[in-house]
Design a protein around this ligand. Sequence first.
Ligand code: GDP
Length: 198
Amino acid sequence: LNYATARFMKSAPTLALCPDDAGAEVAFAGRSNAGKSSAINALTRQKALARTSRTPGRTQLINSFCLGNDEALRLIDLPGYGYAKVPGAVKREWQAHLSDYLCNRQSLRGLVLMMDVRHPLTEFDELLLSFADERDLPVHILLTKADKLKKGPASASLQKVRKQLIEWEDLVTVQLFSALKKDGLETLSAQLDKWLDS
Ligand code: GDP
């Protein structure tokens, strides 16, 4: 599939306001600052499709993009999580929308979960993995900003995460990724093709 043809469809505050639950889509999630927007922009070869914005307001929305003119094939940018400044009640609301989306969206084929290669498997990551596990949703983990580590430590982090998730090896795949160096794009595209093409 040609991810460079991705274009913005709509932003929605809740699952009910997302595009029709038909066709196939993959969702991108991660803690704020994990590199989600940069990964989506690298994948789609667009500078600012997903905003690398630090404004929490923006990130509360579920942003949908479609491939070319085919609204049945979509990439979904889920709200980031973990802004210290956001009050607890707002955080709980985000979490409720996220779990609603991840648990109930029929057209969802897989979840791409971004984690900083230096701080993988946070509590939030574990929570999303548990939502995915509940419905047997496949998860592809990007260990982002891999360029921040030398080769040895980066592959050590990869092996460590794989080992920690060995129980879920049927559902979970893991790779190193760098939006900055454009490393890991082929592996990511191949995984998305598998999910969206079938
Ligand atoms: P988001 O909040 O998850 O969407 O994260 P962003 O994509 O906005 O990235 C957060 C910060 O990490 C920004 O300052 C980016 O420039 C930086 N960043 C993202 N990806 C990479 C990468 O691959 N390498 C490096 N060195 N920095 C990155």
